[in-house]
Design a protein around this ligand. Structure first.
Ligand SMILES: *[C@@H]1O[C@H](CO)[C@@H](O)[C@H](O)[C@H]1NC(C)=O
Length: 309
């Protein structure tokens, strides 16, 4: 899909976050899955990798970086739009050091989720481990910048949590481990509790502005439509409902924490409606998106269409 267009929607929502508080954003600190992994999975033993062609064909030098994407991720576009840097490096990439990470770093790991059982599926970096890396990062930043400046950087950073859909599409919907244990709603609540704990953990370490992605219409993902043979490759409406219900719960959590936690500013990046509209009316987004979406609706003919991380 055309990540620039979705970045535009996300950016409008982020402007609300950034403009209502102090304008200065010192750094972008990212947690999540393949929607935000800029190459961490290159350095761990997993099959959830994308460091080969055709990934990266529109990246600088046509380089497959480990982003599950033709070019840059939405987090990179946001970083550029805030005039911080052109792209956000992966924490495990030894080509970069604390000086680079001081203005932006991604701890995200493709195929990860809120639930430990999700990251277990393809042995990727679980969210709790991403938090451990963040603590290590904080220590390195403190050594390099001194504790006052390091705290200021961490307080003024924009934190992005971009994850969640793998908990359903890679785990709950396909494996009995969680689906025999929880109903859909119980599992959603279980994920929300983990999200809450994580937000409070990074808050204690200095985070104040946090943007969290909601679910997009997961029933319309190429991997789901490809499998939906009976209904002529239509979107799976029951999956989309799971996404909408999750978003309501996430928005509730965000509203509560905004009220209860001193100085925290949380926003939800709600992609559901823009993506749904782009799927239903691609022509209003111009010819390029129309072409990409027509490819998506025949996803089996598209090289990346079957991948879902
Ligand atoms: C996930 O695993 C970590 C490390 O073993 C553990 O501390 C944490 O409690 C687990 N999370 C849940 C929700 O079980």
């Amino acid at each position: 899909m055309n990540s620039k267009i979705f970045t535009y929607f996300l950016f409008l929502q982020l402007l609300l976050l950034v403009c209502n508080s102090k304008p200065e954003v010192s750094a972008i600190i990212v947690f999540g899955d393949s929607t935000a992994d800029s190459g961490n999975n290159n350095y761990i033993p997993t099959v959830a990798k994308s460091n080969f062609q055709p990934y990266g064909r529109d990246f600088e030098g046509g380089k497959p970086t480990g982003r599950f994407c033709n070019g840059r991720l939405f987090t990179d576009f946001i970083s550029e739009a805030l005039e911080i840097k052109w792209s956000i490096p992966a924490y495990l990439d030894s080509d970069y050091g604390i000086e680079d990470f001081a203005s932006g770093v991604s701890f995200a790991s493709s195929a990860s989720g809120y639930d430990n059982a999700t990251s277990d599926v393809l042995s990727v970096i679980p969210l709790w481990q991403q938090l451990e890396y963040f603590k290590e990062y904080k220590e390195k930043l403190t050594i390099s910048k001194g504790s006052r400046l390091a705290s200021r950087i961490l307080n003024q950073a924009l934190y992005i949590m971009s994850l969640g859909i793998n908990d359903f599409i890679e785990n709950y919907f396909v494996s009995p481990r969680r689906s025999s244990q929880y109903t859909v709603e119980e599992y959603q609540n279980f994920l929300i509790v983990i999200a809450k704990k994580f937000i409070l953990d990074i808050y204690r370490l200095g985070a104040r502005k946090v943007a969290i992605t909601g679910y997009l219409p997961i029933g319309c993902l190429p991997v789901e439509r490809t499998q939906n043979l009976v209904f002529g490759h239509a979107c799976k409406e029951d999956y989309n409902k799971v996404a909408r219900d999750f978003n309501l719960k996430l928005q509730d959590l965000i509203d509560k924490l905004n009220e209860e936690v001193k100085d925290i500013k949380l926003v939800m990046l709600n992609l559901y409606d823009p993506v749904q509209e782009a799927i239903e009316k691609p022509y209003i987004y111009g010819e390029f998106l129309f072409l990409s979406l027509s490819l998506l609706s025949h996803s089996h003919s598209m090289p990346l269409g079957g991948l879902r991380f």
